[in-house]
Design a protein. Sequence first.
Length: 404
Amino acid sequence: MVATGTSAGEVELSADEARRLQLRAQGFLGARPKGGVPAMLERLGAVQLDTISVLARSHELVPYARLGPVKRNAIETAYWGNGSGGYPAFEYWAHAASVIPMDDWPLFAFRRRAYLRRGWRWHKVPEGVCAEVRDRLRADGPLTTKELGGAKASAEWWDWSDHKIGIEWLLDVGEVVCVERVGWRRVYDLAERAVPSGLLARDPDDDACLTALVARAGRALGVATRGDLADYYRIRQDQVDRVIEATGLVPVKVAGWSQRAWADPEALAAPPRGRHATTLLSPFDSLVWDRARTSRVFGFDHRLEAYVPKGKRVHGYFAMPLLAGGRLIGRVDPAREGRTLIARQASLEPWATRTAARTESSATALATALWRAAAWVGCDDVRVERTALPVDLIKAALNATTPH
């Protein structure tokens, strides 16, 4: 790389190099990642789940952004298997509720033990319920909470039924695994049946788990501060400090970053080059899920406004960051009407429209991202409802990038 070394031997990176390292590590710079969705999941380590579905759910948008128009059934198969036996992944608590490669099951032993020591997570577990749940799963599993005889008493997490509390507790401590989502309901199975015996038998101590996860986070981010590394799997910063030397990550200094950072040594071995992806991102994509890091690396401040009252929204209900040329250049709040993909609102960063040339380039990127998303979700028309871009310019961009 162009990175230089200090007199003490510490690697120095420019802010631009750090940004490009993250883009490559996350699959947005260079040749399109090989190996499809399974390889993408292994590389990222976790794909966040969320209930909101506009164009698609977040766990579908993440592979689309990196791999292009991958079929949605291929995404689900990569996560949950094809029903012929064996689960390639499981759902557990990583950055948030996430799809995680099954091979990483042992690495979350530290979290399962922490829950067990605490004795509860959100609710006290009703006596006798766990034994009943185990017996039902052993006899009839895999099952949803509804099939177990007790879905949520209401839509709110604090109003769960006894059966829901019991099954979630067993998931927290690793006796039960979420192996699929069906109609957005979790499907649970006993860990002894769902997790390969070789993985189930492994029980690394807490430091071994943390070392592997911090190293994984460093690989997925390319270059990161201790706070970035901690946030990726939601561990404590003092836990990062405890294991950082054992991870193999290399201390680096990034221009403009106030905190010390570490980089994946493989990422430093060759400069990031190649194609830049032009795409819409889920707000829960691991490129942008850490808002403080996104602001530091990209100069882009993003807020999910789905839970903001409609009259107070600035960018829209499910504003998706627009990535183009290695930069986050704006946002699109999408919707669908029949076979038309609609940008309810499309806004660009001020710097992306500072000159006529930048404005035209940004309009082309926006139109390209919209048409690509439209084709993926089965739409054959695109409409932009609100934007500060000149109407003639956005129309011209949409016409110029229309698929033929």
